[in-house]
Design a protein around this ligand. Sequence first.
Ligand SMILES: NC(=O)c1ccc[n+]([C@@H]2O[C@H](COP(=O)([O-])OP(=O)(O)OC[C@H]3O[C@@H](n4cnc5c(N)ncnc54)[C@H](OP(=O)(O)O)[C@@H]3O)[C@@H](O)[C@H]2O)c1
Length: 278
Amino acid sequence: MTIPSPPLPTGAPIPQLGFGTYKVVDGVYEAVRSALDLGYRHIDTAQMYGNEAEVGRAIADSGIAREDLFLTSKLNNGNHEPGPARASFDQTLDDLRTDYVDLFLVHWPLPMHYDGDVARPWPVLEEFHDQGRARAIGLSNYEPHHVRAVLDIARVAPHVLQSEAHPFFSNSSVRAFAAAHSMVFEAWSPLARGRAASDPVLAGIGRAHGASGTQVALRWALDRGDVVFPKSVSPERQEANLDVFSFALTAEETALINALDEGEAGRTGSHPNVLDRL
Ligand SMILES: NC(=O)c1ccc[n+]([C@@H]2O[C@H](COP(=O)([O-])OP(=O)(O)OC[C@H]3O[C@@H](n4cnc5c(N)ncnc54)[C@H](OP(=O)(O)O)[C@@H]3O)[C@@H](O)[C@H]2O)c1
């Protein structure tokens, strides 16, 4: 099985299907070890997840060469000022046992904090990029008006925009904005935090291909060009989530999935304008 790896604006390839680690604290070592054994080579973590040290230990024990992995982490909400941003990034690299991450993102824009300056951490991310310690840099949960504030002061334009997207919340306007500004779009919670597993339309489409609803949701996202990293603590489900290239969706099936979009009602997380957690 070959996972497509489109280029970032830096030219570096990013595996389009990776492994997410949100809310995995107990058992993250085992989950990441098994994901790597199964063939995942792209791991998405964050300072906020509190699991970088265990992710780093699992990677070290896997024996996989660093250059064969794509590692992403994210700046935590309390670390937007330069001092905490630099100190926490040093800790991230120590915990992940590496000299660089392939991608470092600002996790949330927090427009109600930092004097409303959602671009506050960006010059420090540019510094990490200049140093070669963050090979690519980007934004997570930034709405178009937040990204514009960053573009207004950027020397290095963001390479990636990560935001929630799945069949029930297609997030079309943010995806279109990312495309218009040459940012690779990463869709978080591509299974809508598990809802895709019980949806009758996705299950029905899957039956025609000997696949599950979750596999259909992932294939749909990959066909749209999104980068995804589903999370599962189960090796069986991790394996199923990788096995999404042996069938193809028809145009009619894709249209049925597109019709599942509920707009804002389908969002599972907080709206970036209001998420306030430091
Ligand atoms: N930037 C951000 O703010 C942000 C926010 C949220 C997520 N993320 C990233 O995106 C990643 C993915 O999102 P997510 O973890 O929120 O949700 P998700 O990947 O959409 O869904 C995970 C849920 O689906 C279940 N699941 C996974 N594979 C399955 C399968 N084949 N069949 C049935 N159920 C399955 C998992 O349960 P089991 O573990 O029990 O299998 C878990 O409950 C995160 O881990 C994180 O890396 C980023």
